[in-house]
Structures are given as C-alpha cells and as structure tokens.
Design a protein around this ligand. Structure first.
Ligand SMILES: [Zn+2]
Length: 525
C-alpha cells in the first residue's frame, strides 16, 4: 500500500533522457516504485493521464530568505512547481549573525528581503536552517552569506580583511559548511561585500573549497579598483584559478544593450574551462530588480543602516548623495519602477521619475528623501525594452544559454512588496511553456534537466533532482501544452496555469492548482 500513486503520467526523470509512460509509487517522503502499478493500492491516487511527471524544480537563485519566515506557504514559487530554493544569494542573508548584527542587517536588507521576525537566533547556519526545516512549503539549501561574514568580523566598515579577521571569517565559513551550507555566496555590488578585495575572496573561497562548497558570485561593479582585472568575470575566474573553488555565476544573460551576443558574454568563461570549473544560471526576463539602498555610493554604507539614515537626514549630505545617484546609479530613472514601499503603497508601480516630479525634486534627491521617509524599505525593477524585437532576442538568447549543459535556472525572485518583478511568479513556466513553444531551441527533457539534475548535482542536494526509486518524492505534474506564466510587469501577482500538482517530500503541496497549506519542506541537503 503506497501513500500516493501518480498514475499514467509521462515521466521526465530529470537526466535529460527521453520521456516514458509509467506510474510512480510514493511511501513516506520517498519514491518507492516506478513502473506499472495498476494492481497496487494507495491512500491517494493522482491521475496524471496526459500530464508530465518530473522532479520538483530547483530554483538556484532566490531572495526569499526573509519572506519564507513571514509567509511559509510561499505560493509564488510553489505554484511554479519549485520544490527547492537556494538561499543566501548575493551574500545578502542572515547567517551567521549575532543578535545585534542580525538587527542591523535585517534593517539594511528590508528593501530586498522584507521584514522577518526580529526575535530569531541567526547566530549559526545550524540555527538559521532550523527556522525553515519543516516550517516552509519548500526545501531550502543555504550558501554562507559574505555580507554576514563581513559583518561578524569587521562590522559595516570599509576595511581590509587580513590577519585575525580573515582567519575568523574562514573559520565561520567552514563552520557554516559543516552545519549544512552548500557553499559561499557574494554580491560585489552590495555592501559590506563590495569592500572586499580579490585576495580576501581567494582566501574565503579556499576555505569554501576545503569542504567542497561552491562559490556563487554576483559580479563586482563597485570598487572595481580593488579587484583583479577590474572586477566582473575576470575577477571571478581569477578567484577560481587561485583557490581551486567551483565557481557559479549568478544571473548571466543578455540585455537590450547586448541582445544576441551570447558568445561574447561567455567568451572568457569558455576560454577558462580547462582551469576553472564553472556553471551559470539565468532567468528569462530582459531586466532586473533590486533594493534602492544599493544605489547609494559605497562610502554612504559605512556604519550600516542607522548611519545611512543619519546621512540622508542631513540636507547637504542628502544633496550630495542625490547628485551621485543621478550621475551614476539612476541614470535611467524613467525606466525604474518602485516595487516595494510598504508605508506608501500608492507609490508601488510608479516610476521614479514620476515620483520625483510629484515631489518637485531632482530624481536622485527624491529617492534619497524617500529612502529616509520610508526607513530604507524600498525596492525597484527596470522596465522591459520599448523595442519589442530586442526583448524577443533577449528571450531567445535565454534559451540559447539554457541549451548549454553548464546552465541552470535562477529566478532571482524578490517576492516583496505590492508590485514585484514578474520573475517571482513566472520564471519556470515562462521557460517551460511560453519560450519553449515560441522558440524551440531545446527539448522539454533537456530543459527539465537544467532545472533539476543540474542544480542538484552542482550544489550536492542528495537524493533530489532525479525522479527515481529511493529519491525524495519532490515532484511537479504539469500539462506541457498548457503550462505558461501569466505574471507580467504590469500585473505581477499572477500564478501560472497548467501545473495542477506539486509534491514536496511525498506530501501534496499543490492539489489541482491550489496550495494545500502543508509545510513539508526540509532544510537540505
Ligand atoms: Zn540576486
């Protein structure tokens, strides 16, 4: 007697092999049989006739670390068929942090991670993981966050990490890995991470590599003078060469400016394949999203969120910061749309230029004023290209990237605020439905492999990513002809269609396109 039988489905097992017809038997949290189970009995049978049965999808890049602690149902992700998310991305997360530092970083990250409870023990990766284990709808894996490591060792200061602080940082990473982290992540356009130099990162990656972790990097575009090769891909590859660490590139894709130039984007990485073990990820949209605090110049972040607010409160300093942002980070403010402003909901969905007009201020200054008034609780995204042919090319490029065996899918989801970037709701069905049917390029089996086996192998997620006997019963069941994203830039809170069932660790988490409320996710691996 099985707990669940998924009958008559078309199995795509996650390895890229051709699909085949079979039943899947589930007992407890595992797949215990695959084959003809027509004579077997079960407590629940899901009739999957005409549907694809595949391993649960693994999102290799999300920013739901805070949101999962407020809304553990996490429907935006679960309804896409995602059963595992990898947290700690861009080094923007909460562990390991002392209680005091947790309060500081929580306040600093509010524009991207939301507002998780204040009273949580984040002092170790072990305690961090305990807040998610069997308390969220999906499985979570964690990358030790560079931001937390720097905060614990040096505070919110622009100082080099050497000697004792470097030793402490390496020890914290190793401890985090021993407590179940799958690697180490940084975001070198964010703070305090951007105050590092290449030597620091090499040392931290040596520690990561000692325990076979992956180095996940959002490339440097801040303080590039302190980086090997001026930051970007050259710095990441140098870190891989010198430390021996496996390097994983976050959100590597084309945009309107370089649409169609896939080869150019990957040239350096491909040339280094024999020296550095590299993988990459992307999402299928032409523009990005982040938190507004990150637009401030590097020096403004010194001292952390309270010091930022103090600077913003000083009229002459505010003018200076506004001018910097105008000249550097919000050049195309008409293309920036506020995604999250919890205390001024009417601003969500408005362009920064429009908001500035209404405030009667230059856009940089308006943004500074708003950051002050809103206690830094602001996020934004950039509008898609007006030139639809460029957008189409970027979409097609996304499939060309994904056709490579070293690619996977990371939604970069920021499910915060009233008007988030649609990638939080649509990334996976957009690939599996809309873009696959529109452009072809790669088979459904190959596409599923990029979303399941690839990330499971890269991040060492044992017993997941392939639908086979003995593995965990993380399963998505969808209609390959109907599956499609419905979230758009102007209407982002929309669930996809064509994904009737999702199982997490053998429990039915989505039943006929409805979340069941079951919180069956494990902190893995
Ligand atoms: Zn990110």
């Amino acid at each position: 007697m099985f707990d669940v039988i998924v009958s008559n489905g078309t199995l795509i097992d996650g390895t890229g092999s051709p699909s085949y017809e079979a039943d899947v038997g589930i007992s407890g949290d595992k797949v215990t049989a695959i084959g003809d189970l027509s004579e077997a009995t079960s407590k629940r049978t899901i009739n999957a006739t005409g549907l694809v049965v595949a391993p649960g999808l693994i999102d290799s890049h999300v920013h739901s670390d805070g949101v999962l602690l407020i809304d553990p149902q996490h429907a935006n992700s679960l309804r896409q068929g995602v059963t595992t998310e990898i947290l700690g991305q861009d080094g923007l997360s909460y562990a390991p942090l002392s209680q005091e530092n947790y309060q500081i970083y929580r306040k600093y990250l509010v524009g991207i991670l939301g507002e998780p409870p204040e009273e949580l023990d984040m002092s170790s990766v072990r305690s961090f993981r305990s807040h998610y284990h069997k308390k969220t709808s999906i499985n979570t894996a964690y990358l030790v966050a560079h931001g937390a490591i720097r905060l614990e060792t040096l505070g919110f200061q622009d100082v080099p990490m050497t000697g004792q602080s470097l030793k402490k940082a390496c020890d914290l990473i190793k401890q985090g890995m021993e407590e179940g982290a799958v690697g180490f992540a940084t975001g070198l356009s964010y703070h305090p991470q951007a105050w590092s130099d290449t030597n620091e990162l090499v040392a931290l990656c040596e520690a990561t590599n000692e325990l076979d972790g992956v180095y996940v990097t959002h490339l440097r575009d801040v303080n590039t003078d302190r980086a090997f090769g001026g930051g970007g891909i050259p710095e990441a590859l140098e870190i891989g060469r010198r430390s021996g660490v496996k390097v994983h590139f976050s959100h590597t894709r084309t945009s309107e400016e370089n649409a169609g130039k896939v080869g150019e984007v990957l040239e350096l990485i491909d040339k280094s394949k024999d020296q550095v073990d590299t993988t990459l990820e992307l999402y299928p949209y032409p523009t990005g999203s982040t938190f507004c605090t990150s637009l401030l110049p590097s020096y403004a972040h010194i001292g952390g969120p309270d010091e930022i607010l103090k600077k913003l409160n000083d009229p002459s300093e505010r003018k200076k910061l506004g001018k910097y942002m105008e000249e550097n980070t919000v050049k195309s403010a008409d293309q920036a749309i506020l995604s999250s402003a919890p205390n001024s909901k009417h601003l969500e969905g408005m362009s920064m230029i429009k908001i500035a007009e209404e405030m009667g201020l230059p856009v940089g200054e308006a943004l500074c004023q708003l950051l002050l008034e809103e206690d830094l609780k602001l996020g934004f995204w950039l509008t898609p290209p007006a030139d639809v042919s460029a957008w189409r090319q970027v979409s097609k490029d996304a499939l060309t990237f994904l056709s490579r065996p070293d690619y996977m899918v990371g939604s970069d989801s920021i499910p915060v605020g009233g008007h988030p970037h649609p990638r939080a709701y649509g990334t996976f069905p957009r690939f599996l439905g809309r873009l696959r049917r529109q452009f072809g390029v790669l088979s459904l089996e190959k596409m599923i492999q990029r979303m399941t086996q690839n990330p499971a192998e890269r991040f060492g997620l044992k017993g997941r990513g392939i639908l086979k006997k003995g593995n965990y019963a993380d399963i998505v069941i969808f209609d390959q002809h109907k599956i499609i994203d419905t979230a758009t830039y102007d209407d982002p809170h929309q669930f996809p269609v064509g994904i009737p069932y999702v199982l997490v660790n053998g429990m039915i988490a989505v039943d006929q396109e409805r979340c069941t409320g079951i919180l069956a996710g494990y902190a893995i691996p």
